[in-house]
Design a protein around this ligand. Structure first.
Ligand SMILES: CC(C)(COP(=O)(O)OP(=O)(O)OC[C@H]1O[C@@H](n2cnc3c(N)ncnc32)[C@H](O)[C@@H]1OP(=O)(O)O)[C@@H](O)C(=O)NCCC(=O)NCCS
Length: 155
């Protein structure tokens, strides 16, 4: 089997969605939201992909400044190609594109939690996620009160 790896080669929303489905990551991503999926592939600035001929079989999709932080948002390998080193290779190539002080950061899917420890990531209990606003209201403002929030954000 000859797998080719490419950096920032175009990937369509359809190809991306199909891979998410075939890897099982689709269960945890808004694959039915077309706008979102198109925005996702269009606005990533580091996308390493794995191909078997014309077929997309793996992806590492990141947003990065290339110097300090690289957020690896989606790592997915087609079910038929898992556990043969594709995921690891996608991350190695991702890292090769980054400066020497740049770290990879991600939120693991539950099934992949032990995977990252296995390949050398360290767990950080101080990693925090702010969910998007609900019905046009800012959750931070809802929780802390608008005045306090304005103060925190120096508005
Ligand atoms: C998680 C995933 C990206 C791993 O990719 P992969 O190509 O199958 O993994 P690799 O072949 O690079 O595995 C490297 C090593 O990790 C091990 N490994 C693979 N999946 C693992 C898992 N889920 N848990 C623990 N270890 C795992 C492999 O056995 C291998 O071990 P070795 O180096 O000792 O031989 C892939 O299985 C996948 O797409 N899963 C579904 C989607 C998902 O959960 N993505 C992660 C989102 S955060």
């Amino acid at each position: 089997m000859s797998i080719k790896y490419k950096v920032n080669t175009p990937v369509s929303a359809e190809q991306f969605i199909e891979l998410l489905q075939e890897s099982t990551l689709g269960e945890r991503r808004p694959i039915d939201d077309r706008d979102c999926m198109e925005g996702v592939v269009k606005n990533s600035n580091l996308m390493v992909s794995a191909w078997d001929g014309e077929k997309l079989i793996g992806i590492a999709r990141s947003m990065t400044d290339f110097h300090y932080a690289c957020y690896l948002s989606d790592l997915a390998v087609h079910k038929k190609y898992q556990k043969i080193g594709v995921g690891k290779k996608l991350q190695i190539i991702t890292q090769e594109q980054l400066g020497p002080k740049c770290r990879l950061i991600l939120v693991a899917a539950p099934a992949a939690n032990s995977y990252y420890e296995h390949i050398g990531f360290t767990n950080n209990k101080r990693c925090w996620v702010l969910e998007p606003p609900v019905e046009g209201k800012n959750k931070m403002a809802q929780r802390f009160g608008v005045q306090r929030c304005k103060k925190i954000l120096s508005l």
